[in-house]
Design a binder for this molecule. Structure first.
Ligand code: SAM
Ligand code: SF4
Length: 453
């Protein structure tokens, strides 16, 4: 176990050890960070609110773009100083690099920053206790295996107090990895082959979350709609079946899923948007580009028309559905046709080891900046128009926290918009019907019109 002897000795001295886990990148990392926090809690670590207070510091890293990776090294530089200061004060600090940079760079991290004690990839973090124990004697432990065992079955369930602290909306990883190999993307190399969790494990986790007060779950995966789990009787479940089972859990009021690939939007998943009331009318469906030529060179394996067909089918099943997307290179044609509620646009970042990084004719940085600005301006315009169109509508809001002002509470609409309303704090954790009365640059203001439920 996690340095049992040290723990017992520290406990005898009445000291509590603390862990600080900082998450970078996508929702998958947010979820993994929470699971690492649960593992640390089981092993006697309380949550630290700052790195300065922590005996164990974990950076859960993202490798998707160059900027994200480089940020880790500057962060590690600062933590090396902190570790040294704490050492002078007679306190030991263990520094862990987890996540996709750990997977992609392995030993290289120790070479660039020798203050790091442990490097652990996203598929092996359930082994953290033993890796930390090893690092006590010999710092510089690296585990970037893709183990055969299922890490989820080795992770402890979250404690009720941790679930309550994290709020009424929770992520649950149901699928990991990717077999699609888009030419720009590192995910198949860092997260490995596509794999789905068993239905029973996912539903048990959702039931636990619901019994501790969670009202909204987002089923997450790099390619979540490729989900193909088995239930206890060996029956195959697709994502639509899993959503149905999640929505049926007592206490669960809203279900979302992300991120989806257009090619895996099966008929039953599209139909689920019409049949399952708890399924939010909001779909993050990255298109990446609005050009068939670029989509082919990205190895996306669909055309613009196929994507627009998915949008049309989903709108037929659920007329009030809204969409968001990711773009690497944007073409205004698609943006106008769909009318996105919100979107993310990125400059293409060449990732070592991916096919696109080897292609000739890389685009100039100045051109990328110009294209990005033009695309972002258009996407922002669409987002504002979408927000404006909700004024006067009544939307179900899940209230998650206090608002910025006294007497105000804050939550999210089905379309992921932040909503502020006057109301008692007893609304936090509950759904209420809210009439939207005004739009601010990044949020909506509403009036609670129905009692909480
Ligand atoms: N699985 C999702 C899909 O198929 O669209 C995407 C997951 S990826 C972690 C999140 C987003 O990062 C992608 O949708 C893409 O827009 C962006 N991205 C991935 N690789 C990139 C790169 N090399 N440069 C810039 N953006 C990138
Ligand atoms: Fe990356 Fe998504 Fe393409 Fe997989 S489908 S390679 S995760 S962009």
């Amino acid at each position: 176990m996690f340095e049992d002897v040290r723990r017992v000795a520290a406990a005898a001295r009445g000291e509590t050890r603390r862990a600080f886990i900082k998450s970078f990148g996508c929702q998958m990392n947010v979820y993994d960070s929470q699971r690492m926090a649960d593992l640390a809690a089981l092993n006697g670590y309380a949550e630290a609110s700052t790195a300065e207070d922590a005996d164990l510091i974990v950076l859960n890293t993202c490798h998707i773009r160059e900027k994200a990776s480089e940020k880790i090294y500057s962060e590690l530089g600062k933590l090396r100083g902190l570790k040294e200061d704490r050492r002078k004060a007679g306190r030991r600090t263990t520094l862990v690099v987890a996540g996709c940079v750990a997977q992609a760079e392995g030993d290289e991290i120790l070479r660039r920053q020798p203050a790091v004690d442990v490097v652990v990839g996203p598929q092996s973090y359930h082994r953290l206790p033993e890796l930390l124990a090893k690092a006590q004697d010999r710092p510089g432990v690296v585990d970037t295996d893709f183990p055969v065992e299922d890490k989820f079955s080795f992770l402890p369930a979250a404690r009720n107090d941790a679930i309550a602290r994290r709020g009424p909306a929770a992520f649950v990883t149901v699928q990991e990895g990717c077999d699609k190999f888009c030419s720009f993307c590192v995910v198949p190399y860092t997260r490995g082959a596509e794999a789905s969790r068993p239905v029973g494990a996912v539903i048990d986790e959702i039931a636990r979350l619901a019994s501790a007060g969670v009202r909204e779950v987002t089923l997450i995966g790099q390619n979540v709609n490729a989900y193909h789990g088995l239930d206890g009787q060996g029956r195959a479940f697709g994502l639509a079946d899993l959503i149905r089972a999640a929505a049926a859990e007592p206490g669960i009021r809203r279900v979302r899923y992300t991120t989806s690939h257009p090619n895996d939007m099966t008929d039953d998943l599209v139909a689920a948007h019409g049949d399952i009331e708890a399924l939010a009318p909001y779909l993050h469906l990255p298109v990446q580009s609005g050009s068939d030529r670029i989509l082919a060179s990205m190895n996306r394996r669909h055309r613009v028309a196929d994507y627009l067909d998915v949008v049309t089918r989903a709108r037929a099943a659920r007329p009030d559905i809204a969409f968001s997307s990711d773009f690497i290179v944007g073409y205004p044609g698609v943006v106008r046709a769909v009318g996105y509620a919100s979107s993310y646009a990125f400059k293409y970042s060449a990732r070592p080891g991916t096919p696109a990084a080897e292609m000739g004719s890389q685009i100039d940085e100045a051109v990328k900046i110009e294209r990005l600005a033009a695309l972002q301006a258009l996407l922002e315009d669409r987002r504002q128009a979408f927000n404006q169109a909700t004024v006067g509508r009544r939307l179900e809001v899940l209230f998650e926290k206090r608002g910025r002002h006294v007497g105000q509470v804050a939550g999210r609409s089905p379309y992921m918009q932040p909503v502020f309303a006057e109301g008692p704090t007893s609304l936090i954790g509950a759904m209420a019907e809210v009439e939207i009365v005004d739009v601010a640059p990044n949020s909506l203001r509403g009036r609670v019109v129905s009692p909480a439920s």
